[in-house]
Design a protein around this ligand. Structure first.
Ligand SMILES: [Fe+2]
Length: 374
């Protein structure tokens, strides 16, 4: 039987208990992000969810944890994963430039042609954005596809990096209205540059899960490659964007810790911390400017402990996926990520988008496979 790894929580001062658990071979992870100490996560083993339980969680906008669904990805994709981690190390140390790294990866590509590179001086997090066009038989079939390398935050104590693949002007959020055809070329761009994408796109059990949960033809787009560094990660947020059905997060190397639960349940936990009722807490979550709320969500160890007590703490290891449903602004899995471990890790995050059933998938294995499964 496969085993689900979940996590429970130790308070910051329980160092003695953490030491004793480690001595007995248990994994204990300090939860520290941008110098906020949120206690410790202790991995525990639980039985995996039944399909009906997964369905119920997805419908309730709760995260669906799929431990080990990618198999032994670290071994099967060792070379690509090591190459990618080494690339991020060079970029972080400014020993190489993103364009050069990308050129090396795409050098003999049959379809993708380099079309320029820019740096947005108004965005302090952006390092470089590289553009390509897709050409078939000398004709451009999709233009202005880009990969953007950026720091996750402006906070200098967090050196996490990410690469996002998209197209068009992101100030105008053009990606929301991208055609299936253009999106499939962006998706192919990510796959060609980072072949380890195939570990996710060829994963039949993941495909079957998403087919069942999403219940409609879909594509995995707006791909982001994460290199979460110690003391780093993402503050609490949601990804409820128009047309987006959810997110698939896949850990390929190392570990991350997650606090994640539906917005409604998050509001219920906030109610215990001074917000008068669920409605007030939901309204507070809609207004990201409240500094007290930000502190409670992201820097308060006792709140973290309450979240863990509500089953909202997960530790992801290589081979695990986490599905984050997104049915609307009030029906969405909120989430917060913490890098754990000694060095930056590797993970991919893909948005789930509806698609037409009958378009040319431009060779994306996820879509090619869909055709054979139906
Ligand atoms: Fe997110």
């Amino acid at each position: 039987m496969s085993i689900a790894y979940n996590a429970r929580h130790l308070a910051s001062h329980e160092h003695e208990l953490a030491r004793s658990l480690r001595a007995r071979g248990r994994e204990v992870w300090p939860l520290i992000r941008r110098d906020a100490d949120l206690g410790h996560a202790v991995t525990v083993q639980r039985a995996p969810l039944e399909p009906t339980q997964e369905d119920a969680r997805w419908r309730a906008s709760e995260p669906v944890f799929l431990p080990g669904v990618l198999g032994d990805v670290e071994r099967q994709r060792r070379q690509e994963i090591r190459g990618c981690l080494a690339m991020f190390d060079r970029l972080r140390a400014e020993e190489s430039e993103f364009l050069d790294e990308l050129e090396l990866r795409l050098h003999d590509d049959e379809w993708l042609r380099y079309a320029g590179s820019t740096v947005d001086q108004d965005d302090p997090r952006e390092v470089e954005r590289c553009f390509v066009d897709a050409e078939v038989d000398g004709e451009t079939v999709a233009a202005d596809l880009w990969a953007k390398l950026a720091w996750i935050t402006e906070d200098a104590t967090d050196s996490s990096l990410r690469i996002r693949f998209s197209n068009g002007l992101d100030q105008l959020e053009e990606w929301m209205t991208t055609s299936d055809l253009t999106a499939s070329w962006v998706d192919r761009f990510a796959l060609r540059a980072f072949p380890e994408c195939a570990a996710i796109l060829n994963c039949a059990p993941l495909r079957e899960r998403l087919d069942r949960l999403v219940g409609q033809p879909h594509r995995l787009s707006e791909r982001i490659i994460y290199n979460n560094a110690p003391n780093g990660g993402a503050a609490f947020h949601h990804d409820a964007e128009p047309g987006q059905l959810g997110v698939v997060y896949s850990q390929l190397e190392g570990h991350t810790a997650w606090f994640t639960l539906s917005k409604r349940r998050l509001a219920d936990v906030l109610r215990r911390c001074g917000w008068p009722d669920r409605r007030a807490a939901m309204a507070a979550l809609d207004d990201a400017r409240d500094p007290r709320l930000f502190h409670v969500l992201n820097r308060d160890a006792s709140f973290a402990r309450q979240l863990a007590a509500h089953g909202a703490l997960f530790v992801l290891r290589a081979g695990d996926c986490l599905l984050l449903p997104s049915q609307g602004v009030d029906d969405v899995a909120w989430h917060s990520v913490l890098a754990i471990g000694e060095r930056p890790s590797l993970a991919h995050s893909y948005g789930v988008f509806p698609r037409q059933a009958d378009y040319d998938p431009a060779g994306d294995p996820w879509l090619t496979r869909a055709a054979t499964l139906r």
